[in-house]
Design a protein around this ligand. Structure first.
Ligand SMILES: N[C@@H](CCC(=O)N[C@@H](CS)C(=O)NCC(=O)O)C(=O)O
Length: 204
C-alpha cells in the first residue's frame, strides 16, 4: 500500500505510526498539500492527506477510516482500538479529544500561514487555541496515573494523543505551554522510548 502525505500532517503521521506499530508495510509518498496539490489530486480528488492506495488500487481517505482498515488486518487482540466494551469506548473518546485538537490546530496553522497578514483574524485564532487547550486538558486528566491511557498497552488513544500534542507544540509554538501537560509530556517520552515509529516519523 501507498501512504500519501507528509509526516508534518499529524493525520498522516498517525496512519504511519499505526501501520508500523501493527507491522504493516507501506510505501511513503511524501507529498505536501502546499506544494504538490496536483499530484495529490491524482490519488484523491479532494487534494487532502492522508490518502492511502491499497495494493488493489482502492483509495482510502480520512485517518479514522484508514486506521480502522489497518486494525482489521491484524488479529483482534493486537488491534489499536479494542474490539468492544468500555475499553473501546474510552479509546475512541480519547482519540476524539486528540483529533479534535488536531482539527483546530490545522485551522489555526492555515490561518497563520496561508492568509495575507492583514486578513488574519486573531480572535478566531485565540478561540481555537482555547478549544485545543481544553482538549489537551481532558487528555492530561486521562494520562495522570502515568501509564498508557487505556489498559496496560499502547492503543490508538496514546498514538493520537502523542502525535497531536507534538504537532500542536510545533504549530502553536508559544501559544501552548507544555508545562501545563506534564503527564502528556511523560506519555510522549514513554511512547518514543517504547516504539521507534514515533521518532522515525518525527516531522522535525
Ligand atoms: N479528518 C481528516 C483531516 C485531514 C486533514 O486535515 N488533512 C490536512 C493536512 S493535515 C489536509 O489535507 N489539508 C488540505 C486541505 O484540507 O485542503 C483526517 O482525519 O484524515
Amino acid at each position: 500500500m501507498k501512504l500519501i502525505g507528509r509526516f508534518m500532517s499529524p493525520f498522516t503521521r498517525r496512519v504511519a505510526v499505526s501501520a508500523r506499530t501493527l507491522g504493516l508495510e507501506f510505501e511513503h509518498v511524501d507529498l505536501s498539500t502546499m506544494t504538490d496539490i496536483d499530484e495529490i489530486r491524482r490519488y484523491n480528488p479532494m487534494g487532502r492527506v492522508p490518502t492511502v492506495v491499497l495494493d488493489d488500487g482502492t483509495i482510502l481517505v480520512d485517518s479514522a477510516a484508514i486506521v480502522d482498515w489497518l486494525d482489521e488486518q491484524v488479529e483482534p487482540e493486537r488491534r489499536l482500538v479494542p474490539v468492544s466494551g468500555a475499553a473501546r469506548r474510552d479509546v475512541l473518546q480519547l482519540v476524539s479529544w486528540a483529533t479534535g485538537a488536531g482539527d483546530k490546530a490545522v485551522v489555526v496553522h492555515y490561518e497563520l500561514t496561508r492568509r495575507p497578514e492583514d486578513k488574519i483574524f486573531l480572535p478566531a485564532v485565540e478561540s481555537n487555541v482555547d478549544q485545543i487547550r481544553s482538549a489537551f486538558g481532558m487528555l492530561e486528566k486521562a494520562a495522570a496515573d502515568g501509564s498508557w491511557l487505556v489498559g496496560d498497552r499502547m492503543t490508538q488513544a496514546d498514538i493520537a494523543a502523542v502525535i497531536f500534542l507534538e504537532f500542536c507544540e510545533i504549530v502553536l509554538a508559544d501559544r501552548l505551554d507544555r508545562g501545563d501537560y506534564p503527564a502528556l509530556v511523560a506519555l510522549c517520552a514513554r511512547a518514543h522510548g517504547e516504539n521507534p515509529a514515533f521518532t522515525e516519523t518525527s516531522p522535525l
